[in-house]
Design a binder for this molecule. Structure first.
Ligand code: HEM
Length: 418
């Protein structure tokens, strides 16, 4: 347990109330709470127990510095034993916490060196043609589904199958078989959520077991007959002793699910935002050079990952405050991206502004492996969709992801195409 600290000032007390709301109520719109945190206690000392205690950073400059600070590390097994006592008995956390996201220094570097080549420029250039064809095919199928003004769920029809198809190609697995487990992968990602009810924990663990089952045969097959795909690279790393068996499964599940889950969320939010801002959508539709800047602005405006957790391995100074060794530190990525000290009029979407140093993919050693891939997916899909369906409109309230604190996005996005 971390030591309980009482908030000292009325601003800190109000900010703590905002932080509790962020964690414990379902917030469709967390941005006003972020603004309150940035104003009232940008480095908030949280007296909440276990992992939720420690320090909460909400300014862009502090979040960016913290992510790059090597004294702040992912939760180690010792920290987890202290702060999340049941983690070893749960399928999802037992594997997830052995993945690259929770490794540090040399070990982290070694695993990144193993997987990075699959996400380098030349691999992605090879993938672009496949991605474009897949997007064109799925957009044509969407046109049939949405004929005669029928309401279509864009998540089911495109923002899920498109990135799933891409990650299956990288892994060399059959997308039709994977489709049966696609929602389990999305549930599994919730092992990263800050607050999980026992029911959610159960679902997350069942999802982990299902996905391990799905990959059992492909892993065996790669052991017999290795290829050039990402799964073969992971299996080879396990067979040559770079990864142990839990690390193999942990990395496999993380890469596979992060590889499409964050993209489902991003593509869904991006389309929703563009449909709510028709002038911005028109720029992406009509200007062939606008897509890349637009993708960064949409990532800035509402990223799929809103929080990242670290532990101070030694005393550090964050935003002018001394943070003792052993304290959890929460970096509010979604808040950093809307900090007026970082970008003017942060609550306005402007796809022409370019948002180069947003933190949607984090920063520092754990910067997202798939950032280029995810950007490319959006650059291919968004203009295609807007050009094919220039009169597409929302046809009801989107269903937001549950619980939606760390990972935000829509699970259902009803639209009419024409
Ligand atoms: C729009 C889509 C995506 C977003 C916004 C996103 C965001 C992030 C963020 C914020 C982190 C760092 C978390 C932290 O430091 O606590 C991260 C890490 C990671 N992401 Fe992504 N991601 C996306 C897509 C992808 C894709 C497509 C893949 C893989 C195919 C991927 C694989 C990973 C992996 C393996 C890590 C761990 C990196 C490490 O610890 O070194 N992500 N992602």
């Amino acid at each position: 347990m971390t030591a309980l600290i009482s908030p000292a000032t009325s601003s800190e007390r109000a900010a703590l109330t905002a932080y509790r709301k962020l964690l414990f109520s379902r917030n469709r719109d967390p941005f006003p709470l972020y603004a309150q945190l940035r104003e009232q206690a940008p480095v908030l000392r949280s007296p909440l127990p276990n992992l939720l205690g420690g320090y909460v950073l909400s300014r862009h400059s502090d979040c960016s510095a913290a992510l790059r600070n090597r004294a702040l590390m992912p939760f180690s097994e010792d920290h987890l034993d202290r702060l999340m006592p049941n983690w070893r008995t749960r399928s999802a956390s037992r594997l997830g916490y052995r993945s690259v996201l929770f490794q540090h220094q040399e070990r982290h570097f070694e695993v990144r060196r193993t997987i990075n080549p699959h996400f380098g420029r030349s691999k992605l250039a090879e993938l672009r043609g496949f991605m474009t064809e897949l997007a064109q095919r799925q957009v044509s199928e969407l046109a049939e589904l949405g004929a005669s003004g029928r309401v279509v769920d864009l998540v089911d029809a495109i923002t899920l199958p498109f990135p799933l198809g891409v990650i299956c190609r990288l892994f060399g697995v059959d997308p039709r078989a994977a489709r049966r487990f696609a929602w389990s992968g999305r549930t599994l990602s919730c092992f990263l959520e800050a607050v999980q009810t026992p029911a959610l924990q159960r679902r997350v663990d069942e999802a982990a077991d299902e996905l391990v089952g799905f990959f059992t045969e492909p892993v065996r097959q790669r052991r017999r007959e290795p290829g050039a795909d990402l799964l073969s690279t992971l299996v080879r790393a396990a067979d040559s002793g770079v990864l142990d068996e839990r690390e193999l499964l942990g990395n496999l599940l993380l890469l596979f699910t992060a590889g499409y889950d964050s993209s489902i969320s991003f593509l869904g939010s991006a389309i929703r935002i563009l449909l709510e801002h028709p002038q911005q959508a028109a720029i992406v539709r009509d200007d062939p050079d606008a897509a890349s800047g637009a993708v960064d602005e949409l990532l800035r405006y509402d990223p799929p990952v809103h929080m990242g957790g670290r532990i101070a391995s030694q005393p550090v100074c964050l935003g002018g405050q001394e943070v003792p060794a052993g304290s959890p530190v929460w970096v509010l990525l979604g808040s950093a991206n809307r900090d007026p000290a970082y970008v003017a009029e942060p609550d306005t979407v402007d796809v022409t502004r370019g948002s180069p140093s947003h933190l949607a993919f984090a920063a520092g050693p754990h910067t997202c492996v798939g950032a280029r891939l995810a950007r490319m997916e959006a650059e291919v899909l968004l203009p295609l969709l807007l050009r094919r369906f220039p009169r597409m409109r929302l046809a009801g309230e989107p269903t937001h992801r549950y619980p939606g604190t760390v990972l935000r996005g829509v699970d259902r996005l009803p639209v009419v195409l024409e």
